[in-house]
Design a protein around this ligand. Structure first.
Ligand code: GLA
Length: 455
């Protein structure tokens, strides 16, 4: 039986007080309770959660916070403390998610709808909510999942139900797919399972989180490359998911496994009882580096183009004509091994740990850039800048194609690291310079989602 999300009695700090005032102004009553869910930074293990492999994130201090009250009209009234985002009203029993238009309220409604369905609520509660986010949007720090998780948690409470953290994480991971991205469960899992002061190894099927003690002589610094990436607005993300799915089927078929039900590269490894090193070898033997055409995939799997479109592709990948299977599978098995090495080095905790972990982060970034092709020139430039400024390792974090890098910086060089990155990456460019304050910061492992009640 896994633990429940904490319910805390709190004195309102400045941010909560401000949110309460906005709520009263909007809805003419005081909030009943508050819910918060953090963003995250992934230290290592990129694009492997949806292949079934463990990842190693930590929650950040930035979060999504919402003030909530319940109404009798079965209507959900949503507002955002940031005036840039519009108000939105919808009937609680009739939520539609507009995939073509991935705006903030739809992420919130993914969480609401997912929980309503999971709980089988015939008459879901109406709610008033004001949302306040401090996780920078479209930056790879999981602002969207934090919003889904916050909405899922407050919907549970508004309907007088309780779910375990694991159930909340799994339900919110499934429900974010209403928006159309086929993410794994990393973001939602760490948002619920995080604990202050520790990173977590997150494993799936069954979902579980294990503390990973980070070296005391280094800190993690997040730096945003200032290129925005909204993964629901493009098909990059889902193309990678589909390439991994096809690669899994091809590898399974080549080894005589029943491949048609297999979806994940991790499942192929389990079925074969092979090591990750063996899997890299098998990829080399079975898959060629040239991109595969649709015709070639259909021919090798012995399926019709129709079945390929219906059973393997997703709605926003129907247009893709070529698939890089060798490179994607190489990345996934290599990255899965690096996560385990990272955890082992942290556990051992010797003197050279920071350098070893830094080297693993470097390999991870190179693999994301060259094999998975989810970096961009600005991310690569920022990684180089961070290394030159003294980081032991630096890599893109989150989905990529923009957003943030995370660097591991020995404590004794931190004071010179930050100004060096500022001078070389942010100050020469007016737009970056304007964004610098919220774009470059030291972070430490934060706590998970919680319900808050005014004391
Ligand atoms: C997004 C997804 C996650 C994960 C990362 C890449 O954040 O939501 O599930 O796949 O990208 O590691």
């Amino acid at each position: 039986m896994s633990a429940h999300t904490p319910k805390l009695q709190v004195q309102l700090n400045e941010r909560l007080q401000k949110l309460k005032e906005i709520f009263i102004q909007k809805f003419g009553k005081t909030p009943l309770f508050y819910a918060c869910a953090p963003g995250r930074v992934n230290l290592i293990g990129e694009h492997i959660d949806y292949c079934g492999y463990a990842v190693l994130p930590m929650a950040i201090e930035q979060n999504i916070l919402a003030a909530v009250s319940v109404n009798e009209t079965r209507t959900i009234h949503l507002a955002n403390a940031n005036p840039q985002y519009n108000d939105y009203t919808v009937s609680a029993g009739d939520i539609e998610i507009d995939r073509a238009n991935p705006q903030w309220q739809y992420y919130f409604l993914c969480g609401v709808k997912g929980i309503q369905e999971h709980l089988g609520l015939a008459e879901p509660a109406g709610m008033q909510c004001v949302v306040d986010g401090t996780v920078p949007a479209s930056s790879g720090l999981s602002s969207s999942s934090a919003l889904v998780c916050c909405a899922g948690l407050l919907t549970t409470e508004a309907n007088h139900k309780t779910l375990s953290k694991v159930e909340l994480a799994e339900t919110c991971a499934r429900s974010e797919r209403y928006i159309g991205t086929e993410g794994g469960g990393m973001d939602q899992s760490i948002s619920f399972l995080a604990e202050e002061g520790t990173a977590k190894l997150i494993e799936f099927s069954p979902l579980r989180a294990t503390d990973v003690k980070l070296p005391a002589d280094a800190v993690f610094v997040i730096a945003n490359c200032c290129v925005e990436m909204n993964k629901a607005a493009t098909s990059h993300f889902n193309i990678r998911v589909v390439e991994c799915r096809i690669a899994a089927k091809m590898l399974a078929k080549s080894r005589g496994l029943a491949w048609s039900g297999l979806l994940k590269l991790g499942e192929v490894q389990t079925e074969l009882g092979a090591s990750l090193e063996d899997m890299v070898q098998i990829v080399e033997e079975v898959l060629h580096p040239e991109p595969y055409s649709r015709e070639e995939v259909c021919q090798l799997l012995g399926i019709t183009p129709q079945s390929f479109s219906n059973d393997i592709l997703s709605p926003n990948t129907q247009h893709v004509s070529h698939f890089k299977l060798h490179q994607r599978a190489r990345h996934v098995y290599g990255e899965a091994a690096r996560v385990l090495q990272f955890q082992a080095v942290c556990e051992r905790g010797s003197d050279g740990a920071v350098q070893e972990l830094g080297a693993l982060m470097q390999q991870s970034h190179a693999s994301c850039r060259d094999l998975y092709e989810c970096s961009c020139p600005e991310l690569d430039q920022l990684v180089d800048t961070c290394l030159r400024a003294g980081a032991a390792g630096s890599r893109l974090t989150g989905a990529g194609w923009g957003g943030c890098v995370v660097s591991m910086v020995p404590i004794d060089v931190l004071d010179s690291f930050l100004p060096k990155v500022r001078e070389s990456y942010y100050q020469p460019d007016a737009r970056r310079s304007a964004l610098e304050k919220q774009s470059l910061f030291v972070t430490k492992p934060g706590g998970g989602a919680a319900l808050l009640f005014e004391a």
